[in-house]
Unconditional design. Structure first.
Length: 101
């Protein structure tokens, strides 16, 4: 950058602008990443619903209200917002197995 100050040509000023823009971009990205990191640490832990807390009637109504397994899982998760995907799938599969047996 000393060259641009000593010999102020158009090319030297372009080099200075590119360097300054690069440093500013790096600083902006670093601050954004740091804020994202801090926000991740302060988020509350989401507790999921225990499987025993989901009534069998809710599982049966989710299955009865739909035509396929995936829709039943979605319907069950809409009724119980904190229910995880795998837990909902396990509940629906268990109910379907009982029906089929």
């Amino acid at each position: 950058m000393g060259e641009a100050v000593e010999h102020p040509t158009a090319w030297n000023w372009v080099v200075v602008v590119v360097i300054v823009a690069g440093v500013a971009s790096f600083a902006t990205d670093a601050v954004a990443m740091w804020r994202k990191h801090l926000a991740r640490e302060t988020k509350p832990d989401h507790t999921s619903v225990a499987l025993v807390d989901v009534p069998a009637s809710d599982v049966e109504s989710a299955i009865a209200s739909t035509t396929d397994r995936i829709s039943a899982i979605k319907a069950l998760r809409e009724q119980h917002r904190d229910l995880g995907l795998k837990d909902a799938a396990d509940l629906v599969d268990a109910a379907l197995d009982v029906r089929g047996a």
